[in-house]
Write a protein that binds this ligand. Sequence first.
Ligand code: HEC
Ligand code: HEC
Ligand code: HEC
Ligand code: HEC
Ligand code: HEC
Ligand code: HEC
Ligand code: HEC
Length: 333
Amino acid sequence: MFQSWRKTILTLLILGLTRALAAHGGTEAAAIDPAVAEKNRKANEACFACHTEAGLKNPPRTDMDMKKLAETLRDPKVFAGSNHGTMDCRQCHGQGYNDYPHSEGSKNEISPCSECHATRVARLEPQYDKSVHARLEGVKAKFTCATCHDPHVNLGATLLKDPLKIAVQDNQACLECHDSDRVFAKYAPDDEKKPGIKKARPDIDTIHDWLPNTKLHWKAVRCVECHTPEVKANRPLSHEILDKEKAEKNCLSCHSANSSLRTRLYRHLVKEEVAQFGFTNSVILSSSYVIGATRNPTLDTIVIALVGLTLAGVLLHGAIRIIFAIRRKGRKQ
Ligand code: HEC
Ligand code: HEC
Ligand code: HEC
Ligand code: HEC
Ligand code: HEC
Ligand code: HEC
Ligand code: HEC
């Protein structure tokens, strides 16, 4: 308790001294032809006749492996809200799925991300190759782009915009493994000392016990904020996931007016806001108050004052207890 208080106060004191101008972020728009999207949506209804909860309950035919089907369900609404929601399933899965039974071998026909995102894959593959998951023996072979990016579910940060929604989605991918023994074991290498036995998952909150209120941090900031190298303003996030030696431990990288959050997490905010105010204050204020990261001195002062008052209370309480303890000791002798 005292430890985390000391950290907080220390942070706040340094924060007060380090206010600087912030960098702005930008957004990107995706072009969609509504007529093509509608045609694709109609075509996908054929797949959803089977690959949904409704299809499983009320299958269009009876000669299917229902157990297998149950493992392949998709949610049409979630798909429609995803990056690829306006596409025809067969653009990625191929024509082998036109009929049921599906053609043999069509499972291996899935288009790799690079087929459509060649430029970006070329940019981020070298980063990804340096990341912990691509370097660790026993882990790298099981990792693909789709391990973190479910192409039927995810919506890119540029489209999500809201920093809290982005944090939840991007952290879900990491926590799905790092906060679940069952999933972690599927990807983990063998324990060095006990061959044949999977390495145990280190508890995510224990690893970060130097960080006050980890649960709140997981909701408000992304793992990748600390576990990827610093990027320039308006540049996409690096895919190099850094190991524990290189990860960011400096509170001020976020709790300061020119924090890295501005060039990363908050860069997805509407351009107009940045143009209007020169910074993203209103969203930070409306969605969460990141101590030290706003440019509102009054609010910072209030929070610092509140924290100071509470600390004074704690100190006074401690002092009184010490005085009483000494007096009690004195009486006993
Ligand atoms: C008549 C029901 C039905 C329809 C329609 C259907 N599927 Fe399937 N699909 C299944 C079943 C059942 C499985 C489970 C594996 C199996 O039995 O082949 C499956 C498996 C799959 C798989 C898992 C990989 C594999 O090959 O085993 C993919 C991918 C898939 N379907 C995609 C599609 C797409 C895309 C469409 C639409 C173009 C579609 N399916 C239409 C019933 C259907
Ligand atoms: C942008 C490309 C893309 C689109 C569009 C897409 N998929 Fe997929 N799908 C994939 C990839 C990649 C995988 C393999 C995921 C993995 O390796 O975990 C996959 C896996 C699947 C599987 C097998 C899952 C399993 O658990 O075995 C099914 C079923 C499936 N997709 C159905 C669909 C349906 C139905 C649609 C259309 C509504 C669709 N997909 C659209 C890329 C796509
Ligand atoms: C068959 C083509 C195709 C394949 C394969 C494909 N995508 Fe996409 N992807 C698209 C299209 C089309 C869009 C929407 C237009 C755009 O923004 O580029 C899109 C959008 C996205 C976006 C959001 C846009 C943004 O700027 O952030 C992400 C992220 C993404 N895809 C990741 C992936 C990943 C990861 C894979 C591999 C698992 C993949 N895609 C495979 C066609 C594809
Ligand atoms: C360890 C998890 C992880 C893996 C593996 C991963 N990504 Fe990402 N990726 C992320 C996160 C987190 C983001 C940030 C979210 C955003 O900006 O949309 C992201 C962003 C993206 C974006 C959108 C922003 C940009 O840089 O253009 C694309 C496209 C993308 N990834 C493609 C890929 C491809 C292709 C691969 C495989 C080579 C891959 N990713 C592997 C976690 C991962
Ligand atoms: C599919 C499962 C899975 C996903 C998703 C995943 N990881 Fe991992 N990660 C692992 C495994 C397994 C290891 C290896 C653990 C070991 O050897 O101790 C690992 C290792 C790491 C390490 C290195 C630990 C060290 O020893 O220094 C870091 C850091 C890390 N992951 C962060 C992340 C972040 C951040 C994300 C999300 C962007 C993520 N991981 C997504 C499974 C996953
Ligand atoms: C505030 C910055 C920060 C955030 C946010 C953060 N980490 Fe870390 N992480 C670190 C630092 C620094 C270390 C090294 C800690 C140490 O050595 O004491 C670390 C260590 C780790 C390790 C190594 C564990 C080990 O000892 O083998 C893993 C795995 C990891 N983090 C995953 C995650 C995941 C998953 C998330 C998101 C839920 C996350 N981190 C969020 C800074 C952060
Ligand atoms: C990657 C960015 C980042 C880093 C690094 C970071 N924080 Fe935070 N922190 C946040 C955000 C965002 C919030 C806002 C959460 C909210 O109030 O919704 C927060 C909230 C807090 C809070 C308020 C918690 C509460 O209980 O209300 C404290 C205290 C705090 N951080 C202290 C620290 C300390 C000390 C460090 C360094 C050891 C640190 N933070 C490192 C982003 C970060």
